[in-house]
Design a protein around this ligand. Structure first.
Ligand code: F7E
Length: 331
């Protein structure tokens, strides 16, 4: 019998890479999606298109406990990857109540459903470097204390502690991956990396003239999402459940990202980028850099894609995508 995996947030960047990885390993892969996603698959499930026939998608809502319990009881997963969340930090300031309610309750419901209906299932929680916020030390590691700076960060700290508590109180095999920023050509357009690479492609192709951004000095530890989902899987294959930082231990500013991305198509970012206060955050996380030495030692995991390679990969993909859009328009 193949192992069964259940993924929440399967339609997102990480969910799509993780599904591909697990299918390659011979897993039976199930995903939780919203009813509206199933009604509009071309638009909402686009990242899963190449593998959709090999997945089983279940309609449920992370705001509705009975629907979660039903799916977990029916599938009886061996591994559960809880990735779903309202994950855009800036939006969480505008909609703090729904971010906090959905993210915390969603995690709580998943943990409780697994405990009640599939207690032998191994549970992965997608924690985040945003939990470190106003950083207490650099680089950040598993023992660094948290100081979240946004409703999103707060919801992830709560999810982290819920996961730890289910591990300690109910002996669930439950753990958190503290993932630093991870990007790819499948990244959502609201995040700064994809916003930049898409704009670079559009400017190069004459489809846009400028790019408006917020704080260009912020520094992030940016890795490749395809590498990071491997770490998620490795964590659940260990004998003992523990939390791990997944990062590259390098950080770069938004400005450095701009230099490389525009430079890749022989443009100077200073000619196109405008700073717009609208994109500044109420409370900024200025700088993040993660120490992944525990993951390296215990999981044998290291990142394979360096920063410059990641930027080029994303710009090239957006050039290709926008070229396709242009050519369909001109037909
Ligand atoms: O911002 C600055 C912004 O939205 C990165 C999520 O996946 O990673 C992500 O969170 C930096 C910030 O990602 C714009 O102020 C400047 O300092 O791409 P981002 P994030 O907030 O770091 C963590 C690990 C997660 O868990 C999250 O779910 O870029 N920045 N100008 C901008 N950011 C955006 N989005 N848009 C701008 O115009």
């Amino acid at each position: 019998m193949p192992s069964k995996a259940l993924i929440t947030g399967i339609a997102g960047q990480d969910g799509s890479y993780l599904s591909e990885l697990l299918l390659d390993k011979g897993y039976e892969v199930h995903g939780i999606v919203r009813r509206v996603d199933l009604e509009d698959p071309d638009h909402r499930l686009g990242r899963l298109k190449p593998i959709q026939d090999r997945l089983t998608l279940h309609s449920a809502s992370l705001e509705n406990y009975p629907s979660i319990v039903r799916v977990v009881a029916e599938i009886q997963p061996d591994e559960c990857y809880h990735l779903a969340a309202q994950s855009f930090v800036n939006y969480s300031f505008d909609d703090e109540f729904s971010t906090i309610n959905t993210n915390i309750n969603g995690t709580h419901y998943m943990l409780s459903a697994v405990k009640e209906k599939a207690p032998r299932c191994r549970f992965y929680f997608a924690a985040s470097s945003e939990m470190f916020g106003l950083v207490q030390e650099t680089p950040q590691k598993e023992t660094t204390s948290f100081h979240p700076r946004s409703p999103y960060g707060i919801s992830k700290v709560a999810g982290f502690h819920l996961t730890q508590n289910y591990r300690e109180s109910y002996k669930l095999f439950a753990l958190s991956g503290i993932l630093f920023n991870h990007e790819s050509p499948r990244r959502g357009y609201e995040f700064v990396t994809r916003k930049i690479t898409n704009a670079v492609a559009q400017i190069k192709l004459g489809m846009a003239k400028e790019l408006r951004l917020g704080n260009l000095e912020a520094k992030r530890d940016w890795g490749f999402a395809g590498d990071y989902v491997k770490a998620m899987w490795l964590m659940l294959q260990q004998d003992v459940p523990q939390d791990y930082v997944i990062a590259t231990n390098e950080h770069h500013s938004v400005k450095q990202f701009l230099e490389l991305a525009f430079g890749h198509v022989n443009l100077d970012w200073r000619d196109y980028v405008l700073v717009d206060k609208k994109f500044y955050r109420s409370a900024e996380v200025e700088s993040l850099r993660g120490d992944y030495s525990k993951a390296k030692k215990e999981l044998g995991w290291s990142p394979t894609v360096k920063f410059a390679e990641l930027v080029k990969m994303m710009v090239d993909a957006d050039l290709e995508l926008n070229q396709k859009i242009l050519s369909t328009k001109s037909v």
